[in-house]
Design a protein around this ligand. Structure first.
Ligand SMILES: C=C1C[C@]23C[C@H]1CC[C@H]2[C@@]12CCC[C@@](C)(C(=O)O1)[C@H]2[C@@H]3C(=O)O
Ligand SMILES: O=C(O)CCC(=O)C(=O)O
Ligand SMILES: [Fe+2]
Length: 352
């Protein structure tokens, strides 16, 4: 292969997932050696005792505010239960997610994600920042997925669209509630401090993306990586890991800690933009997904973004002479662009 062809093939591989069903041994381009891994090895897990497991918080409880604040400071993540999203909708969303990824590859390629876009089918956007490829595929949507779904199922896309729209509506409501608790736990009040969050001109312009993830059964899970370490480019992310192991969060001192699946729970990740808004009080969580050789794992991640015209900067009430602002103001769009230029250096690059 000549060098140009090789780099084109590589660019292509970073965009489009493998046809996983037809692979019985792990190709070299998917084999993460210890040197390509930021930590020791992909399946090394810390023993999960009470002290080192991600907090599970009942957000209906009066003590929830303190627990949320503590979790966001210590972990940058937590699980929520008792949130009111019906279990039947969790199941329907998982069912439709599996239905999408089980389509033949040539069908999924009809809706391939453009290289610098978010919407459609492909590998994760972080892929080019790592030397090895990931054992996963994804599908992103923003609001109604009908245009893409019509290509995937010319006759039969109504149910998929209906379920995904209902899920996004529930996730948006839940995000607003959880952000309210998070900022409330820092002493901020809705009236004066969360205005920028509100729908402007009567319509809600927050930029939200729902990403469906698929991690097919892997012939050599100890050497493969489902989704490489990253922080989310959101205010917060609500993740449904569909009751299957695979998500791990990184905690200083503890290393990679598996997030135990809890049926009907949502994992909340603090994203980079929340780290900015909270002036560094809350840390965006480094996390990754590992794979296994027995079951096909799927997950759904709902990313809450700010309204497109809003400047994201440390909230005024959190800034004073002893706590100067730590980050420059950015819009959500500027931030995403910057992130996919400098990746894990992005927060540093806007630090004051
Ligand atoms: C709103 C977002 C958040 C994105 C980009 C865009 C839509 C797709 C999201 C993901 C989904 C998979 C992991 C991730 C790291 C990726 O590669 O694509 C995410 C990324 C981010 O959090 O940066
Ligand atoms: O599949 C998972 O558990 C993690 C997914 C994730 O981190 C993401 O989509 O950003
Ligand atoms: Fe993530």
């Amino acid at each position: 292969m000549n060098p140009t062809m090789e780099s084109q093939t590589q660019a292509f591989n970073h965009l489009l997932p493998l046809d996983f069903d037809n692979v019985s041994t792990l190709p070299d381009s998917y084999a993460w050696s210890t040197t390509t891994l930021p930590s020791d090895d992909p399946c090394h897990c810390t023993i999960n005792d009470r002290k080192t497991s991600l907090p599970v918080i009942d957000i209906g409880e009066p003590g929830a505010y303190d627990l949320v604040r503590h979790a966001c400071e210590k972990w940058g993540a937590f699980q929520v239960i008792n949130h009111g999203v019906p279990l039947s909708l969790f199941r329907e969303t998982e069912f439709q997610t599996r239905r999408l990824f089980s389509l033949p590859t040539e069908r999924k390629l009809l809706v391939a994600r453009p290289p610098s876009g978010f919407i459609g089918y492909g590998s994760a956007r972080i892929s080019p920042f790592y030397p090895k490829l990931m054992w996963s595929e994804g599908f992103g949507m923003k609001g109604s997925p009908v245009e893409l779904a019509r290509k995937l199922w010319p006759q039969d896309h109504a149910k998929f669209c209906e379920v995904m729209e209902r899920w996004q509506a529930e996730m948006k409501t839940m995000c607003d509630k959880i952000v309210g608790i998070m900022l409330g736990s820092l002493g901020l009040t809705h009236e004066d401090d969360m205005k920028w969050f509100e729908p402007k001109n009567g319509c809600d312009q927050t930029q939200c993306v729902l990403q469906l993830n698929s991690y097919p059964v892997c012939p050599d899970p100890n050497r493969a990586m489902g989704l490489a370490p990253h922080t989310d480019t959101s205010l917060i992310t609500l993740l449904n890991q569909c009751n299957i192991n695979g998500l791990q969060v990184y905690q200083d001192g503890a290393g990679w800690v598996p997030v135990e699946p809890v049926e009907g729970a949502l994992v909340v990740n603090v994203g980079d933009l929340m780290q900015i808004v909270s002036n560094g009080k809350f840390k965006s969580v480094l996390h990754r997904a590992v794979v296994n050789n027995t079951c096909h794992r799927v997950s759904t991640a709902f990313f809450l973004g700010p309204p497109s015209d809003a400047e994201v900067s440390p909230l005024r009430k959190l800034v004073d002479s002893t706590h100067p602002p730590l980050y420059q103001p950015v819009t959500g769009n500027e931030y995403v662009q910057l992130k996919y230029k400098v990746f894990n250096k992005v927060l540093e690059s806007i630090r004051l």
